[in-house]
Design a protein around this ligand. Structure first.
Ligand code: IDP
Length: 140
């Protein structure tokens, strides 16, 4: 198995409920190391760019409003098979479909306020990490 890096966001619904530590513990318990982390309030431009692929979807404007509604924690996670492992521990997009024990099953409020983002491919992980971190801010 390959060592990989992936990009994670702890979303505003989770920071608002003081779940930053609880979410991070789930990630760490799954074998993922937090090798970069920063709490930030996304600008509308940053959120729009980040979710550009969903620009034509009906939920795009609501998603951008939600992601700018409060602080988020952007993180780089490192570990073996980190991209798939993170998606596994996050659970399905809709918390109603998420497996027991996953972050979204335990913490998400709804399909939009679903507590976490995680890159879905190696290519997107690289693009997303570069949007928020320089190489020297990542300490493995
Ligand atoms: P993912 O976060 O599980 O990768 P994506 O399909 O990439 O899911 O969608 C990005 C984000 O857009 C989701 O995490 C969720 O916050 C929001 N979203 C996705 N589908 C819906 C929907 O049908 N209604 C409202 N929000 C949605």
């Amino acid at each position: 198995m390959a060592m990989e890096r992936t990009f994670s966001i702890i979303k505003p619904d989770a920071t608002r409920r003081n779940l930053t530590g609880a979410v991070t513990k789930k990630l760490e318990d799954a074998g993922l190391s937090v090798v970069a982390s920063r709490r930030v309030k996304l600008t509308e431009a940053q959120a729009k760019k980040f979710y550009e692929v969903h620009a034509e979807r009906p939920f795009y404007n609501d998603l951008v409003s939600f992601m700018t509604s409060g602080p988020v924690v952007v993180q780089v996670l490192e570990g073996e098979n980190a991209i798939a492992k993170n998606r596994e521990v996050m659970g399905a997009t809709n918390p109603a479909d998420a497996d027991a024990g996953t972050i979204r099953a335990e913490f998400a409020e709804s399909i939009d306020a679903n507590s976490v983002h995680g890159s879905d491919s190696a290519e997107n992980a690289q693009i997303e990490i570069a949007q928020f971190f320089t190489e020297d801010e990542i300490v493995g």
